[in-house]
Design a protein around this ligand. Structure first.
Ligand code: ARG
Length: 599
């Protein structure tokens, strides 16, 4: 299996061999080139070492013929190695190929670091990012339309990204950019007035909002009188007429109640600032862009031409109305200037990539964002692929409607509950007492079921389409949340059944990474922060999933080679079990999965 961090092109700053020590040694080697970024990667081949410094090659090409005495990259590598500050972190170093400096970490140092984490908590391992405040714009369903599977992806991916950034101590503003504005409201309001002339509306009366939306759309398409009134209603709404604002707010509120339920079930928190919130800022924002000469007239509309794109970005429609893009520009202005966000992350399907590219470019041209994308403030579009059904087509239910989120979550829960019941019956047959309450069963079924749905989504590179399959995601073998949750619960039960107090062991016991399998597991634990940093920097949750799955495999490797309970090394190995469980729990937490276990 090709694990992403061993072949990573990304150079984390949280490595056990610190950037600083490499910098120091490069400086001692080549005092003229003090400003190089240390290139450190995990060694692809474990026999070489744990980490590799790859600076020699580029330093050679930079300094060649500039009066240094080096005859090639290899001697530069040698010198870097010799100049490395002495450190109890390093067991040995060696040179390979054109000056690669391989570093093997000291087992004692690794063990100490893991023990320290057990004492001080996993939060002390959080990587430090250079960004202080970020906005994650995610979920963002459209009012009066049901949330569908695409919004599920956005909700799950966005929540994980927010959690990971929060873990790195970034202040995250979680924004729900709901589609609560636009011409469809004229039709909805008019239909509402028709059905409830008294103005007495409540959610029960409206019932299913999607059905309501469809009925009003049908009315709109088939009756020209109605259509005219609907168009007039848009004008009245935008003009701020009380009666219309009230109807609009009612429709939004009913819709909001629907998707809040989904968030609650998924354990996702968001703050709603919908499209309507940014309305007052649109004219001012467009004025700023006009001042910069960015806005032009084209076929009666006002547009921004973007180099390399055939169609310009429309910011004022021909009828004078604003649109999705004008709202997004105003929202960006607000986020940069009022909320002072340094990084704005938008999570939507890849189909919207063009839209984001266009208005990001416009913002750069206006001077809101630096041209150099490595500088802040910056924006990122986190695109994701489609969810497919077993037939390879877009995921739909039998009735060919889009899948409703609640139904999907219900089914995940029902299936899990059935599996729990089945296991219980098997246990009872074996004479084991089962004392679960129905409430416990329910809660477990929810946690495992929703966890499975989330993990099945997150483990794929977000850009690829993936097939939604309950049997697969609820399988207790293979790379699934169910398997991982079991693996974690098993580790907890090893510790519990040892009869030892883990808190005492943490204080008094000593962790020793003697055997090969112990060292491998220990090294993997130490790489946690690098992986989180990579996942945050590249906005790729699947990197963390891969790490978690690898961790459970490394644990299995350790457990099958090393006896824990009753061995001479029991204390040390229990501590290693505990460290694995702690890191696994942090991974679950970052992925929005609640582990079920007894302690
Ligand atoms: N409401 C949009 C949709 O359902 C997503 C909004 C994404 N956020 C944004 N700032 N454009 O497609």
């Amino acid at each position: 299996k090709n694990s992403s961090h061993s072949s990573s092109k990304f150079h984390p700053t949280t490595l056990p061999i610190t950037h600083n020590s490499i910098k120091v040694s490069i400086k001692a080697t080549l005092p003229e080139e003090p400003d190089v970024v240390p290139l450190i990667v995990a060694c692809a081949k474990k026999e070489f070492g744990d980490y590799q410094c790859n600076n020699a090659m580029s330093l050679w090409s930079k300094t060649k013929g500039k009066g240094t005495n080096f005859k090639g990259p290899q001697p530069i590598g040698q010198a870097i190695m010799q100049n490395l500050p002495t450190s109890d972190m390093i067991e040995s170093c060696s040179i390979a190929g054109p000056g690669f400096v391989n570093v093997k970490l000291s087992k004692q140092w690794m063990a100490k670091r893991i023990q320290k984490m057990l004492k001080d908590g996993i939060d002390t391992w959080a990587p430090k990012l250079s960004v202080k405040r970020a906005i994650v714009d995610f979920s963002s369903p459209n009012i009066a339309k049901e949330m569908h599977v695409g919004h599920l992806r956005s909700t799950i991916i966005g929540d994980t990204l927010a959690r990971m950034l929060e873990y790195c101590k970034v202040e995250v503003l979680r924004r729900n950019h709901v589609g609560d504005w636009g011409t469809q409201f004229g039709m909805l309001i008019e239909f509402l007035f028709e059905k409830f002339p008294s103005g007495e509306v409540n959610d029960q009366a409206i019932g299913d909002l999607e059905v309501f939306y469809k009925a009003s759309k049908q009315r709109f398409d088939s009756d020209s009188d109605f259509k005219e009134r609907a168009q007039q209603a848009v004008v009245s709404l935008q003009g701020g007429e009380e009666k219309y604002r009230k109807a609009w707010a009612q429709i939004c509120e009913i819709s909001r109640k629907g998707y809040e339920k989904v968030y609650q079930r998924l354990g996702v928190h968001l703050e709603e600032k919908g499209e309507s919130f940014y309305n007052p800022y649109i004219p001012g924002t467009l004025d700023l862009l006009r001042e910069k000469g960015l806005i032009e007239e084209s076929e009666g509309a006002q547009v921004i031409f973007i180099e390399g794109k055939k169609i310009p970005l429309i910011v004022v429609k021909r009828d004078g109305g604003f649109n999705y893009a004008s709202t997004d520009l105003a929202a960006m202005w607000y986020r940069l200037n009022v909320e002072k966000a340094e990084w704005i992350i938008y999570v939507t399907d890849v189909g919207q990539r063009e839209h984001f590219e266009m208005f990001f470019t416009a913002a750069k041209r206006a001077g809101w964002l630096p041209i150099d994308e490595s500088k802040y403030p910056k924006t990122s579009h986190v695109g994701f692929g489609l969810v497919l059904g077993d037939d390879g087509k877009r995921f739909r239910t039998r009735s060919t409607e889009v899948v409703k989120l609640v139904d999907l979550l219900d089914e995940a829960k029902t299936r899990c509950k059935a599996a729990i019941k089945e296991q219980e019956e098997a246990r009872i047959k074996r004479g084991i007492v089962v004392d679960w309450t129905d409430e416990e069963r329910d809660r477990t079924a929810e946690e495992v079921g929703y966890g499975a749905v989330k993990y099945a989504d997150l483990k794929n590179n977000r850009l690829t389409n993936y097939t939604f399959n309950f049997d697969q995601m609820l399988n207790d073998k293979g790379n699934t949340a169910v398997y991982l949750l079991y693996a974690h619960a098993r580790i907890c039960s090893i510790i519990r059944k040892s009869g030892k107090h883990i808190e005492d062991l943490k204080k008094e016991g000593e962790l020793i990474l003697e055997k090969d399998e112990e060292r491998k597991l220990g090294l993997h634990l130490l790489q946690f922060a690098e992986v989180v940093e990579e996942a945050c920097t590249n906005l790729l949750p699947n990197v963390l999933c891969e790490y978690l799955y690898d961790l459970s495999e490394k644990f299995t490797g350790f457990y099958s080679e090393c006896q824990v309970v009753g061995s001479a090394e029991e204390t040390s190995r229990l501590l290693l079990c505990e460290a694995t469980a702690v890191v696994m729990r942090k991974c679950f937490h970052l992925l929005g999965i609640t582990p079920v276990y007894k302690i």
